[in-house]
Design a protein around this ligand. Structure first.
Ligand SMILES: *[C@@H]1O[C@H](CO)[C@@H](O)[C@H](O)[C@H]1NC(C)=O
Length: 203
């Protein structure tokens, strides 16, 4: 009887190593690649909206709300990519290469987008959304998205073959660097002094 737990765990190990329904590494890789392309598409849409934003434009509050909505879309696309990568089996070399290239392309997209969003900081300082400026909500969003990017990177790396796994930390630290730079820019004091909520009570 005392051998039973061992026998059971050996059985579990064998059955998870060779599942009855064999996973298809190529379609797992394609699913991850398309989830990463979806993030690129959502970031590009957001970036285009960002390019229509101008300080002192009467429509800028409307644009600010659009920016917030499209930032949420980027967040959802990232969560969905995390789930897709989690559901993937281990990738083979061909799949790892495809996914690694898609990750590099996402990194390039993020680099351009984050540089662009940094340039909007002075204008965002002057937009108030309730009690906080658009700069403050943007900083919070960037911090959250960096966390999501780290989570996504870790899940993807765990599916790659060892050679590609070795490249993952370099790409991840590049992406983290872009986020850190943007977060540092958005951590600088802005033109709006936010008042403590109490002083903004009923008139
Ligand atoms: C975002 O817009 C900026 C400014 O037009 C551009 O330089 C950058 O390449 C764009 N990036 C993306 C991902 O669309």
């Amino acid at each position: 009887m005392k051998f039973l737990p061992f026998a059971l765990s050996a059985l579990v190990a064998v059955s998870s190593a060779s599942p009855i329904i064999k996973r298809d590494s190529a379609s797992d890789a394609n699913a991850i690649v398309s989830s990463l392309s979806n993030i690129v598409a959502k970031v590009t849409t957001l970036n285009n909206t960002l390019n229509t934003f101008k300080a002192k434009d009467p429509l800028n509050l409307f644009t600010a709300l659009k920016i917030q909505k499209q930032s949420n879309d980027v967040g959802s696309a990232t969560d969905s990519a995390i789930s897709t990568a989690q559901a993937s089996g281990p990738l083979d070399d061909a799949g790892s290469l495809k996914v690694a290239l898609a990750t590099l392309s996402l990194s390039t997209t993020l680099k351009g987008f984050l540089a662009n969003i940094e340039s909007k900081k002075p204008a965002f300082d002057s937009i108030l959304l309730g009690l906080v400026s658009l700069s403050q909500t943007t900083k919070a969003t960037l911090v959250k998205q960096k966390g999501q990017a780290d989570q996504l990177g870790a899940v993807i790396a765990s599916k790659l073959t060892p050679a590609y796994q070795g490249l993952a930390p370099g790409v991840q630290s590049q992406i983290d660097g872009y986020f850190d730079h943007a977060i540092a820019v958005y951590s600088q004091p802005g033109g709006v002094i936010s008042l403590p909520p109490l002083s903004l009570g009923k008139e």
